[in-house]
Design a protein around this ligand. Structure first.
Ligand SMILES: [Fe+2]
Length: 183
């Protein structure tokens, strides 16, 4: 006798009620939630940096960090969207208060470079969790994210290098600010 048609197939249903093609490993899921938060925390931190520059008449730096803030927000959204595509629900965490005080531009840039490196480490951790649980969908999702992180680290290192070279000299900082304004 032929088996019954597809209406009797048992589907995996996620917490949002969506059909799930491949259930997710719990550690991987937790890491993806944490990363979504990290992107949102980074977005708030970059916004604080943008305002710090705006208060100091450095509009080029300010707009650079405003764009960084917006792109981190977009990244956070993309991670949440990916979780939803995988049948999960997304509960948003509280965003921690950003640091708003720096003594020098170099100190600020050092933090922003470190933030990018931390985001990349977090993505790498998710990547290995995904590989361990044979979750190819997640590694494919992460590939362009890693590519973009390498570019962000490069850009931040370049800017930090220039600021270091300027050695807190206002006229040199104004030249960099001007370059960022014309981007
Ligand atoms: Fe990001």
């Amino acid at each position: 006798m032929q088996s019954a048609p597809s209406s009797l197939i048992d589907l995996n249903i996620g917490p949002s009620g969506r059909a799930v093609a491949q259930p997710m490993d719990l550690d991987l899921l937790e890491a993806l939630y944490q990363h979504t938060s990290l992107e949102r925390v980074s977005s708030a931190q970059y916004l604080a940096m943008s305002l710090w520059f705006l208060e100091r008449e450095l509009r080029g730096f300010s707009s650079f960090f405003k764009n960084e803030s917006l792109s981190e927000q977009e990244h956070g959204f993309n991670f949440a969207k990916y979780l939803i595509a995988r049948g999960q629900t997304v509960e948003l965490e509280e965003v921690t208060k950003p640091i708003q005080e720096w003594k020098t531009v170099q100190e600020l840039l050092t933090l922003s470079f470190q933030m990018e490196a931390d985001v990349t480490s977090s993505v790498q951790q998710i990547y290995s969790l995904a590989e361990r649980s044979n979750d190819t969908r997640t590694t494919v999702f992460l590939d362009p994210v890693i590519d973009e992180q390498i570019k962000s680290e490069d850009e931040m290192a370049y800017l930090l290098g220039k600021v270091k070279f300027a050695d807190n000299d206002p006229s040199a900082l104004l030249i960099i600010d001007n370059e960022l304004n014309n981007k």
